[in-house]
Design a protein around this ligand. Sequence first.
Ligand SMILES: Cc1ncc(COP(=O)(O)O)c(C=O)c1O
Length: 225
Amino acid sequence: MNRRKFIKKSIVGGTSLLAVSNINMANTWAQSDNKSKVPAILGGQKSYTGQWPVWPEWNPATDEKQLIDVMRSGVWSRSKLTDEFEKKWAQLMGAKRSLAVVNGTNALNTSLAQFEIGWGGDEVLVTPYTFIASVSCILFNGAIPVFVDVDPETFQMDPDKIEEKITPHTRAIIPVHILGLPCDMERIMKIARKHDLLVIEDACQAWMAEINGKKSRDLWKRGMF
Ligand SMILES: Cc1ncc(COP(=O)(O)O)c(C=O)c1O
């Protein structure tokens, strides 16, 4: 059998196996007289019938005018509005300063570059359960991502699993505040201080999230910020 035939056969076999097992599962649920347990995709009741939240959100009355003002000003790079935004954002986050960039990916790329984390075998601890940019920023800068697994209860980086991944090459930790929830920053910062590591928080999914009264921010450096 050549490779092409093997793949074709395994896919057909795998699909029918899946279909049969789904039918069996649905029958078992149906027979147990508990129809609400049948997944909606197999004919069960939908558990959520509302509208999914729409994203991104903006206010046409205020936001659109500001966009048009910038477009018409002819200054499409750093403008007065950017300075204003940075000041207000820093204030809102309780940070000393902020620097606006085009998106979260570039915020992460810039943060690592700022600390010269990159070529030469630098390792950065990050979680595998995240958007690709949390990992690609490490590769983009030439460093090596090392995965620290998440806590299955919270989906956040598990502080208990950090120290076993630290080597003499480790430079930084990127905790990702995934799903709008904050990581256990107190424990992570404690470990970082003990091993003299930088901490760059990926707060792309958790603006304004707080833990113990502190907001998640994009950057901490050895407790400097
Ligand atoms: C956890 C996380 N990190 C980084 C990013 C990258 O942000 P952006 O899409 O603005 O480049 C995202 C975007 O969804 C994200 O969810």
